[in-house]
Design a protein around this ligand. Structure first.
Ligand code: OSB
Ligand code: MG
Length: 411
């Protein structure tokens, strides 16, 4: 197809739309050939690695304290081009029912056989092809996201462009775990505010909640502040949680059970503070239902929780259609998952600062070079190189790898 130079992409960049996939096309005015758009995503090889990295500081939530993180890295390959994805399942089933071992099993036995050697016109077609596998969103997401990276690299475009991102930098906030003392908590918040972060989230649980928020407000004033309970409360705690209404919090994240919507709707009616749901939102449909039921006024999107980028975009759109803002959550990712998150968070309805912060808060060194940094104004630039736009350091990856397997079509 011939397209006007004003409509089409610049000469020398692959055609993004319009031309039949795989056909050569030419710039309309100059007649200069452009590289053809890749005809499809076709994964010829899939590599799984179990990787362990020590955390710079322990991280404590209502589930407990962790000092390191073990996760799966997925590499997919097609014609010598590689795409990378990170599985956010943890070694324990506390945040979600998935673990590194269930994800490994599901990818190896059920996801890989359905994607290896198959032709997908677009990476958005991968999630529907995995529909027969119920749940296991983190396992599915790791492979799907690697395929998006591969596809974007084949097109020579930054992932954000392929996902539909509209901003060149994202607003960054931090999630601060439960500390040994309230004084340490205040000190940590001061450090993060000085680094420029645009929003502070503190983890809460019964016994570490009202007094923590009260002290932070007393000492630090009107900072952008929210809390995350990771499902540590019950509806019978409604009066207790209502005490948080006095502190002008941006929101309270996931106060009640991980799969609950109905009790959150009852609780939201009793709180002035907005509820944000995290754990409860496993699909775009549940997101729509939760909003329509009045269970939340804000949603946190983590691609691992919903099955990848395509489902994240659908959830983002469902929220936008209901004027519900979203922000990008975090799962203590290494630079690979973190880079994916930055690209996704460049979509327009990610209008609140998220939990995607600088690499150095988590892993030093990270698996990538250069590490992801936050600027003095609390923003992180969206990488502009093709795909996720970061480079993995092979020796560090090999050093952190505990197990490795390679899967090929039919094998
Ligand atoms: O609930 O948002 C959460 C980390 C692991 C599991 C769940 C959560 C978190 C965080 C940390 O809050 C966010 C981050 O800094 O990556
Ligand atoms: Mg959360």
């Amino acid at each position: 197809m011939w397209r006007s130079i004003t409509e089409g992409p610049a000469v020398g960049t692959p055609c993004e739309a319009g031309c039949p996939a795989g056909t050569a096309c030419y710039d309309a005015l100059s007649g200069v050939p452009r590289p053809p758009r890749p005809s499809a995503v076709r994964i010829d090889r899939l590599e799984l690695r179990l990787v362990r990295l020590p955390l710079v500081h322990f991280f404590e939530t209502s589930f407990g304290r962790v000092h390191d993180r073990t996760f799966i890295l997925v590499a997919v390959e097609s014609g010598g081009v590689q795409g990378l994805g990170e599985c956010v399942a943890d070694s324990n089933p506390f945040y979600s029912s998935e673990t590194t071992e269930t994800a490994w099993h599901i990818i190896e036995s059920f996801v890989a056989p359905r994607v290896l050697g198959a032709e997908f016109a677009h990476p958005r077609d991968i999630h529907p092809a995995l529909r027969i596998v119920r749940g296991h969103n983190m396992a599915k997401a790791a492979v799907e996201m690697a395929a998006w990276d591969l596809f974007a690299r084949q097109q020579g475009l930054p992932l954000a462009r392929v996902l539909g991102g509209t901003r060149d930098a994202i607003a960054s906030g931090v999630s601060i775990g439960i500390q040994d003392t309230l004084e340490q908590l205040v000190g940590k918040i001061e450090t993060e505010l000085a680094a420029g972060y645009r929003r502070i989230k503190i983890k809460v649980k019964p016994g570490w909640d009202i007094r923590a928020v009260e002290l932070v407000r007393h000492r630090l004033g009107a900072i952008p502040l929210m809390v995350d309970a990771n499902a540590a409360y019950q509806l019978s705690d409604a009066d207790h949680l209502a005490a948080l209404d006095d502190f002008d919090l941006m929101m309270i994240e996931q106060p009640l059970d991980y799969d609950d919507v109905v009790d959150h709707a009852k609780l939201q009616r009793r709180l002035r503070t907005a509820i944000c749901l995290d754990e409860s939102i496993h699909t775009p449909k549940i997101g729509a239902d939760a909003i329509d039921a009045g269970a939340c006024r804000i949603i946190n999107i983590k691609p691992g929780r919903v099955g990848g980028h395509a489902e994240s975009i659908r959830l983002h759109d469902v929220c936008a259609a209901r004027q519900v803002p979203v922000w990008h959550g975090g799962m203590l990712e290494s630079g690979i998952g973190r880079a994916h998150n930055i690209h996704l968070a460049s979509l327009p309805n990610f209008s609140l600062p998220g939990d995607v912060a600088a690499s150095r808060r988590y892993y030093v060194p990270d698996l990538i070079e250069p590490p992801i940094e936050v600027r003095a104004d609390g923003t992180i630039p969206v990488p502009t190189a093709p795909g996720i736009g970061v480079t993995i350091v092979r020796e560090r990856l090999d050093q952190a790898t505990q197990r490795l397997t390679t899967l090929t079509p039919g094998a």
